[in-house]
Design a protein around this ligand. Structure first.
Ligand code: AMP
Ligand code: MG
Length: 408
């Protein structure tokens, strides 16, 4: 049995957790249409130039700038017509080519004059503007040069990455396989939504929060349901879960109460490496292994489970998925509140940005920061940090991390 360790601060806890990551190594090829949220396993090199040719950014007339009369009008014969998808021929001096957006610019032309600056008379165009060489031309390779790396390994793909991959013609991509996460919920008082609530019971909100968080991260989740508060039942489900999953996550039962069995059950089936983190909400978070499978025990309080997932589990999972950059981007912004009480645990308060009298953003916090008050997380747009041992005076700059940096 491992001894409970001293209270860690949030940074130490994260460092410890990340030190245990064993990234997924199995690679599969999937169709680019299914790449959303998946992590690239290899860098992608482009075999093509994008765009492939110099092409027009406008509907208008391709010309040689040297043919245009400075400060006046120019009359040119329209000698060819180049719609997108077709290729013209070399522009003869003294002529213009009718051209459309996306069509290749013919050799000999060095600018496109937009049609709004032109008038047509018979087979001639009257150009009322001067153009500089290069005007309204999108250069071959200005987006991607053939042979260049367009995405590096470890990129989690968003819609724009999917489009970029398609733009270099790749119909499938190598990705790491999905992380399999086993999830269960402890507590004799927990019942599922849809059931009748008896006295003393509460609904299993953590299942929904954690499922949303895990699915948002592209994990394959196995839900082992609600487990009664008993050592035997907890050991039993751990035994089922460990060989089916890359990671086991639990909710509740990690405090030191008489009815908390997760710690003992993990020690029975594996090893417990971490115990308490000096933070609010949170505090009881456990890390360990069941046989060889990593285990993270989250606190049962709904806001604590949510916040500890965002701050610890998310970066851990990202690293397991092969993502290198796991630190969320935070901003120092002026507090729109006062906090005179000095705490000895770091607080991650549910906050949002609200315009102050002068219109600049201030960090406002939800009045009830109770770890069971899930409304605070719905009201909030992110977490603001109040450091251990410090107070906050209105106007003082504090760290604000938007939820967009903490989810997905
Ligand atoms: P515990 O960590 O088991 O001591 O639980 C702390 C608090 O969180 C208690 O008030 C529990 O009723 C509540 N809780 C535990 N699990 C859940 C859950 N799955 N959904 C909602 N609340 C929970
Ligand atoms: Mg409990």
């Amino acid at each position: 049995m491992s001894e409970p360790k001293k209270m860690l601060n949030a940074d130490e806890a994260l460092e410890l957790l990340l030190g245990h990551v064993r990234p997924i190594t199995e690679v599969e090829r999937i169709h680019t249409t299914h790449a959303l949220g998946r992590v690239l396993a290899q860098p992608l090199l482009s075999s093509v130039t994008v765009p492939p040719l110099d092409n027009s950014a406008m509907d208008g007339y391709a010309v040689a700038c040297a043919d245009l009369t400075p400060g006046g009008e120019t009359r040119l014969k329209v000698a060819q017509r180049i719609p997108a998808g077709s290729v013209g021929h070399a522009l003869e001096r003294g002529t213009a080519a009718r051209i459309f957006t996306g069509a290749p610019v013919p050799s000999g032309a060095d600018a496109v004059v937009m049609q709004e600056d032109c008038a047509v008379e018979g087979d001639e165009v009257i150009i009322r503007a001067v153009a500089k060489p290069g005007a309204n031309i999108r250069r071959a390779g200005e987006d991607i040069a053939a042979g260049s790396e367009v995405l590096s390994a470890g990129v989690k793909m968003r819609p724009q990455e999917m489009g970029l991959i398609a733009s270099i013609g790749l119909a499938d991509v190598p990705v790491y396989r999905k992380l399999r996460v086993a999830l269960f919920f402890t507590g004799d008082e927990i019942v599922m939504p849809g059931e009748q609530l008896e006295e003393g019971e509460i609904y299993n909100s953590n299942r929904y929060t954690l499922l949303g968080l895990l699915e948002g991260m592209g994990c394959r989740v196995a839900d082992f349901g609600i487990v009664p508060d008993s050592l035997e039942a907890t050991v039993e489900v751990l035994k089922q879960a460990w060989h089916e999953a890359d990671l086991i996550i639990t909710s509740g039962g990690v405090s030191e109460g008489e009815e908390d069995y997760v710690k003992a059950a993990v020690e029975r089936t594996g090893k417990l490496d971490m115990w308490k983190v000096a933070m609010k909400p949170g505090k009881p978070i456990a890390y360990g292994t069941v046989h060889d499978t990593p285990f993270i025990g989250l606190p049962g309080n709904p806001v604590s489970a949510f916040a500890t997932f965002c701050l610890f589990v998310r970066p851990f999972i990202l690293r397991c998925q092969g993502v290198e950059k796991v630190t969320p981007r935070s901003y120092l912004l002026p507090a729109a509140f006062d906090r005179s009480k000095v705490g000895n645990r770091r607080e991650f308060v549910r906050a949002r940005l609200e315009p102050q009298a002068d219109g600049t953003p201030g960090v406002a916090i939800y009045p009830n920061q109770g770890s069971g008050v899930l409304t605070s997380a719905v009201w909030g747009e992110g977490l603001a940090e109040i450091r251990e041992g410090s107070t906050v005076a209105r106007g003082e700059r504090i760290k604000f991390t938007p939820f967009s940096e903490l989810l997905g």
